[in-house]
Design a protein. Structure first.
Lengths: 399, 149, 132
């Protein structure tokens, strides 16, 4: 019997909302994914769920209060935010911290990089379905958190940067304890790197997913490990040589594959580099004077001028633009451009052609940080009055 | 092609020079020329030769104009340069870059939403990109100095 | 493809003690200089209000000291900084800017509770009551 009838099933474009509750990380972001069958044909990124008004808040507060405001843009990368802002202020004031302070700043920032990279790799393990690995990485991440607590006095929020230096010094005992923690951590990170490199499940899930080419990465302004996974050699630590990065030896990690797996491997390699750098810092810590400035004697008036500083945050190049009009105690304009802002919004092209199930993996491989991305504006129109959110509400960092 | 070529290209368009601390070269450019500068950069050096790092819009209320800074990172030297342009505050319109340089999307959308700059030819512009709905309904641009936000 | 050995790790974890801590029955180990609850020593405080001005979270309100306490002569306005720990972000800006080093820093971190916690009880214990 021959075929008498052919039924054609029309391919309909289905709209699948991914998020805003927990698209991949536990953060609010809506990806409107349009799919034909299983294949993604278009992605719209919807934002605005976590907008807090940091830039406007900075214009309202004094230069010094802003140091603590910008530290609460994001919980995971608070030290780099504060460092970038503080260095912009130092440029305006023409102030230079001493060597010991610069080394300690780098130490705080690199500890942060280690724990941030461990976190996102742990989350990736969870997304892949490898929850035991997630728990294991998070357990070892605690060591870094402890090291950060010893150094700065807070597990997550460091509040470590101050104009002209850092806010607390370390003594011999603390130096040894941090060093021991890092030496214990290093084989663990090497092991996890090996798991990500060799484990069949992880490699099969990540390899070839979300490929980004070199020119796509630059034309879409992607930064950080996302760009470095595509072979783009950008790292503001290398080019700007801010603080002590000019003196501490480290390698710029890039990979040529450009897929999700390459991005995660870049993160592991960078975490290992950071541990090496931290051990180097602890062994070569210069002692050229007191790194802690007296916060009561810092200059109160800022001359008019503008400064634009870059810092290599964990997720990529973070930039601060600070403008002072020289009239008051407050900055005239503070512009924060976080790495996630470019990486998430501009990367909608990446999802096209992959299957729906790959979307969370690709999103996680960008290391999205929504609280970094969204800032600005708080108003109450019912009462038609302004109000200031207290920082507890503002401090919606990651996790 | 070295970094000198890139600077001389930018210089040919500039009507003024300056420096943003710490020693970032600044070129002031006519607003009508901004798109042409980027077209020339792409044509000469390709997409791999630079990337647009950020767009900073500042409301200069006393001067009655809005300042737009395009921060570009030249590759592979990784040097940051600034293209600065001024547009009138009453009618802030400038050509969009999003069709030639997709990386401009995030910066243009944010600047439109928070400062009210219209990027001519950008189909993705919308209010409520970041600002909450009540602000949008009132037609306020939060980062303007007289917004009352 | 070679597989990294996860089995050994799993077995090790099966027999070892759990890594989690039964908070609040067991206290989390913190550093002695962890940034915990801080309050003003009213024997040193001059009521200058600098900490309240500098506080990035607006958590400090200058409050009159109740009349039943003896106040040192260096504090003529009889006011003291009352910290609302619900608002405080523990950045220790107040501790660092105080011109008389009046702040006492502790590593007390377990301040979650049903009532609103302020520095009133801590600060007032540093003063003597009138007549005592």
């Amino acid at each position: 019997m021959g075929v008498t009838k052919i039924v054609e099933i029309p391919v309909v474009t289905t709209e699948v909302p991914v998020g805003p509750q927990h698209p991949a990380l536990h953060e609010p972001l809506l990806l409107k994914v349009y799919a034909e069958g299983e294949e993604v044909v278009k992605v719209e990124v919807n934002t605005g769920y976590n907008h807090r008004g940091i830039e406007k808040l900075c214009e309202r507060n004094t230069f010094y209060r802003d140091i603590f405001v910008v530290g609460r843009v994001c919980g995971i990368c608070n030290a780099v935010h504060a460092n970038c802002y503080v260095r912009a202020l130092e440029q305006l004031l023409d102030l230079h911290p001493n060597k010991r302070a610069q080394y300690l700043r780098v130490l705080a920032m690199e500890l942060e990089r280690v724990h941030s990279h461990m976190l996102i790799n742990a989350v990736m393990a969870e997304i892949v379905g490898f929850e035991t690995l997630f728990m294991q990485i998070m357990l070892d991440r605690e060591r870094v958190m402890k090291a950060k607590e010893i150094l700065t006095g807070g597990r997550v929020l460091a509040d470590y940067m101050m104009v002209g230096g850092v806010r607390r010094d370390i003594d011999e005992e603390k130096r040894q304890r941090i060093r021991e923690l890092l030496l214990k951590l290093k084989p663990r990170v090497e092991y996890y790197r090996k798991v990500f490199e060799e484990d069949e499940t992880i490699v099969k899930r990540l390899e070839g997913v979300g490929r980004i080419s070199y020119s796509e990465a630059t034309s879409h302004s992607l930064v950080g490990p996302t760009a470095r996974g595509s072979g783009v050699k950008i790292d503001s630590r290398v080019s700007d040589k801010y603080d002590a990065y000019g003196e501490i030896p480290f390698n710029l990690v890039t990979r040529s594959e450009g897929d999700s797996w390459a991005r995660m491997m870049v993160r592991w390699d960078e975490a290992l580099e950071s541990i090496e750098m931290n051990i180097y810092i602890l062994e070569h810590l210069p002692s050229d004077g007191n790194p802690v400035p007296d916060e009561r004697r810092l200059p109160r008036r800022f001359p008019p001028g503008e400064a634009y500083t870059r810092v290599e945050a964990q997720r990529g190049e973070l930039t601060y633009y600070v403008m002072s009009d020289g009239k008051g105690q407050n900055p005239y304009r503070v512009k924060i451009r976080t790495p996630s802002f470019n990486n998430i919004i501009n990367s909608a092209f990446m999802y096209i052609g992959y299957s729906l199930a790959d979307v969370p993996v690709m999103l996680t491989s960008l290391d999205p940080c929504i609280s970094c991305m969204e800032r600005v504006t708080v108003i109450d129109l019912e009462k038609n009055t302004r109000y200031r959110l207290d920082l507890k509400q503002l401090a919606g960092g990651k996790l | 092609m070295g970094v000198v070529d890139k600077h001389s290209l930018l210089e040919s368009f500039s009507v003024g020079r300056g420096v943003v601390k710490p020693s970032r070269k600044l070129y002031i450019i006519e607003p009508g020329n901004v798109r042409r500068v980027f077209e020339a950069l792409i044509e000469k050096f390709g997409y791999g030769g630079f990337y647009l790092s950020t767009i900073v819009g500042t409301d200069l209320r006393d001067e009655g104009r809005i300042r737009l800074d395009y921060y570009i990172v030249l590759l592979p030297e990784e040097e940051t340069v600034v293209l600065r342009t001024f547009i009138p505050r009453e009618n802030p319109v400038i050509d969009s870059l999003v069709d030639i340089l997709p990386g401009a999307l995030s910066g243009e959308c944010e600047t439109h939403d928070l400062l009210g700059v219209v990027f001519r030819g950008n189909p993705f512009l919308k209010r409520g990109f970041f600002a909450p709905r009540d602000v949008v309904e009132k037609g306020e641009y939060p980062l303007r100095k007289d917004s009352g936000v | 493809m070679k597989r990294p050995r996860l089995l050994g790790l799993v077995l090790k974890n099966l027999v070892s003690k759990p890594a989690t801590i039964q908070y609040p029955r067991v206290k989390t180990p913190v550093e002695p200089d962890f940034r915990g609850v801080q309050y003003a020593d009213l024997g040193k405080c001059t009521g200058c209000s600098l900490c309240a001005i500098e506080c990035p979270a607006d958590a400090i309100k200058m409050t009159p000291i109740p009349p039943e306490y003896e106040v040192p002569k260096t504090n003529p306005r009889r006011i003291y900084p009352l910290i609302n720990y619900g608002k405080c972000v523990f950045c220790y800006r107040c501790v660092k800017v105080c011109p008389t080093n009046a702040y006492i820093a502790t590593n007390k971190y377990d301040i979650a509770g049903v009532s609103r916690l302020t520095s009133e009880a801590f600060s007032l214990t540093t003063l003597r009551r009138v007549g005592s």
